[in-house]
Design a protein around this ligand. Structure first.
Ligand SMILES: CC(C)(COP(=O)(O)OP(=O)(O)OC[C@H]1O[C@@H](n2cnc3c(N)ncnc32)[C@H](O)[C@@H]1OP(=O)(O)O)[C@@H](O)C(=O)NCCC(=O)NCCS
Length: 170
């Protein structure tokens, strides 16, 4: 039985390890640590299976820099499942719980940079459908958005900006 819950102080070292093992490098783990320190508006969730932490997801603030002013939402990622626990729905559980929490808190949208075949099942679609671009040069279909408040994003065109810490990712 998998439990998804907010991270606590004592989870931090395990979150670091999960990210390092899943990505095979320390960069994403370092990004998570940096954002935790510098930003008071992250959503960091862990997946626990029989008292072992097996997955992690982070959401952090993203602003769409549009001609009508900035609109604030969240960005999904990094997310990581321990390699030996992947393909069992742990990632899906983390995404669904995170999206549910953010909608409840009034977040108008979530963006993600990721597999174009995976995220649509959670309600994501190409951000370009809404005239929203990414700050980095990436193929159109990998930058997606889940819009909770369609009214707010009507007639908005602009670039979604992640926290500065993402630019320091090697
Ligand atoms: C992406 C990831 C967290 C998914 O975790 P999970 O617990 O296996 O997720 P689920 O069981 O819900 O879904 C598995 C699906 O993830 C999809 N997927 C999405 N992004 C993926 C990625 N970057 N690498 C591998 N699979 C990915 C696959 O299509 C897979 O589908 P399948 O089971 O039909 O083959 C996990 O593969 C992982 O830790 N990868 C390494 C880190 C990473 O690339 N993170 C994403 C970028 S932030």
């Amino acid at each position: 039985m998998i439990t998804i819950r907010l991270e606590t102080e004592s989870d931090i070292e395990f979150i670091r390890e999960i990210n390092e093992l899943a990505f095979g490098q320390p960069d994403e783990a370092e990004l998570v640590d940096k954002l935790r320190q510098s930003c008071n508006n992250i959503l960091s969730l862990i997946a626990e299976l029989e008292n072992k932490i097996v997955g992690h997801i982070l959401f952090s603030p993203v602003a769409i820099d549009s001609t009508n002013g900035a609109i604030k939402g969240m960005g999904l990622g990094p997310m990581a499942t321990l390699p030996e626990y992947q393909h069992q729905g742990i990632g899906a559980g983390l995404i669904n719980t995170g999206l549910g929490t953010l909608t409840k808190n009034g977040c108008p949208f979530v963006v993600v940079l990721g597999h174009p075949t995976y995220y649509p099942r959670f309600g994501f679609e190409p951000a370009s459908n809404f005239g929203i671009g990414c700050e980095w040069e990436i193929p159109d279909e990998v930058f997606m958005i889940h819009v909770f408040d369609k009214k707010l994003l009507t007639n908005i065109k602009g670039t979604a900006l992640y926290r500065e810490e993402f630019n320091e990712l090697a």
